[in-house]
Ligand binder design. Structure first.
Ligand code: FES
Ligand code: FE2
Length: 477
């Protein structure tokens, strides 16, 4: 018998958006979250408007566009953008909609070009977005079109940290440093600046569709330690890894401002003092190259002892670094950054980059990248477990029965008898909150509280900053 599973449901049991958001707020006070937010047309549309057009979103790493003319095609929420390195070395994030009729002027994932010619009627733009040509101009228009009015739209805010390029479609955002705050930026330094030359992408990203919600992926990578011994048990059964049962015991959360959240593992306590820096200390050729003399004392302690295993920079940019169990190979540590691109309610395109150290030679870098693919590529041993589990959630969220029951998901892991102290670490000297346990689902709530904060802030009439007249703003590109 085939059971038809609900994919999308917006019927008589759907809750109007504002009512649903109020319900989320009161439910979260009891550590519950209404299932409906993980598969709803109304919620999804509001997320695109209230979050993805209004906050900093990761678009590319500078190592993907090192030379003048390099470009990659990316997305901010649902919008295609071209991230370019122009002739002056500047980075531009251009809307990939032709100003004539909207056709995508760039139809390839990546390349090198000084200009983009729209395939429809041939309007041509330089790689900084400026309109530089219109075919048959004399007969069609009589005089050149004003590039001030007819160039490609550009993301008004573009900034980088450690090579990670973020863009905002709204001018009305704090500087990137402020958005990342002392927490996520500090953690990004710990992850990518162990060596002063930093990291680079090992290649273009993998991309695959997952029938899961972007928030599910985001909260999982924010710090769902609880799932490791069950969902990933098959990896223990084939002897690639051991000790997952104790994972919550040695974990610690790092909850930062603006919903950015990481969770680490106390490897030196669990495995031994040699297992510093994510286990790099146990692999020849790595830790001896690292230089953490510029780190503050807490950052040094984190990097050496309880480094972040996973993390999510709100809204949809995540990270994972673990010891990679490549069968038959030398030990290694891989670093993957990933992005949960929203496609539709309960559907994402998962983008996954492997990162390697700039000091590594090609052979060593490729070995680590393969280790990353083995664990977290489209056929990765962990990735397949995760994505199957995530696909169950939007089904539950779209179920007419469960909506009738007003199903809420459970985010409370504490009770009189657990004996686990989930309170913030009183001795923590770093930014944000640190807890010395993986129990509690506090990390997920840090992420979801930020989601709710944005969702409860109604969108302005336009993206023009309040101090600018709408007509002035729209005349710009
Ligand atoms: S749509 Fe691009 S030139 Fe007409
Ligand atoms: Fe997982």
């Amino acid at each position: 018998m085939t059971v038809t599973e609900p994919d999308r449901f917006n019927g008589i049991f759907s809750t109007p958006l504002n009512e649903l958001l109020d319900k989320v707020e009161t439910s979260m006070e009891q550590d519950l979250v209404p299932a409906e937010i993980f598969n709803s047309d109304e919620v999804f549309q509001a997320e695109m408007e209230r979050i993805f057009t209004r906050v900093w979103v990761f678009v590319a790493h500078e190592s993907e566009i090192p030379n003048a003319g390099d470009f990659v095609q990316r997305r901010i929420g649902l919008d295609p953008v071209i991230v370019t390195r122009d002739g002056k070395g500047g980075i531009n994030v251009l809307s990939n909609y032709c100003r004539h009729r909207g056709t995508q002027v760039c139809q390839t994932d990546a390349g090198n070009s000084r200009f983009f010619t729209c395939p429809y009627h041939g309007w041509t733009y330089s790689n900084d977005g400026t309109l530089i040509g219109t075919p048959l101009m004399q007969r069609a228009y009589g005089e050149p079109l004003d590039p001030k009015l007819w160039s490609l739209k550009k993301a008004p805010k573009v900034e980088s940290r450690n090579g990670f390029i973020f863009a905002s479609l709204s001018e009305d955002v704090p500087p990137l440093e402020e958005w990342l705050g002392g927490g996520a930026g500090w953690m990004l330094d710990i992850i990518t600046q162990l060596h002063p030359d930093g990291m680079r992408v090992a290649g273009p990203p993998d991309r695959y569709i997952v029938n899961g919600d972007w928030k599910t992926a985001g909260e999982n990578f924010a710090g769902d330690v609880y799932h490791l011994p069950t969902l990933h048990n098959s990896i223990q059964e084939i002897d690639l890894i051991q000790g997952l049962q104790g994972t919550c015991e040695i974990a610690g959360t790092y909850e930062f401002d603006n919903g950015h959240t990481f969770v680490g593992h106390h490897w030196t306590e669990a495995i031994g003092p040699f297992f510093t820096y994510w286990g790099y200390g146990a692999v020849p050729g790595y830790a001896e190259n690292f230089d953490v003399s510029g780190f503050d004392e807490t950052a040094k302690w984190v990097a050496e002892n309880q480094p972040p295993t996973v993390g999510t920079i709100f809204p949809n940019f995540s990270f994972i670094r673990i010891f990679s169990p490549l069968p038959g190979g030398r030990p290694g540590v891989f670093t993957s950054f990933r992005q949960w691109q929203p496609v539709a309610p309960g559907k994402i395109e998962l983008w996954s980059w492997q990162f390697v150290w700039n000091f590594q030679d090609e052979e060593s870098a490729q070995y680590d990248a393969v280790g990353g693919q083995f664990c977290f590529g489209s056929a990765g041993v962990y990735e397949q477990d995760d994505t199957v589990a995530w696909e169950g959630i939007p089904r539950a969220a779209a179920s007419p029965w469960m909506r009738k029951e007003d199903m809420k998901f459970h985010y409370k892991q504490e009770g009189a008898n657990t004996g686990v102290d989930q309170s913030p670490d009183p001795d923590w000297k770093g930014p944000g909150i640190h807890r010395n346990t993986g129990y509690g689902e506090h990390a997920q709530f840090n992420f979801l509280r930020q989601w709710l904060k944005h969702m409860k802030t109604e969108a302005p009439a336009s993206n023009c900053p309040a101090d600018k007249k709408k007509s002035t703003c729209e005349g710009e590109h």
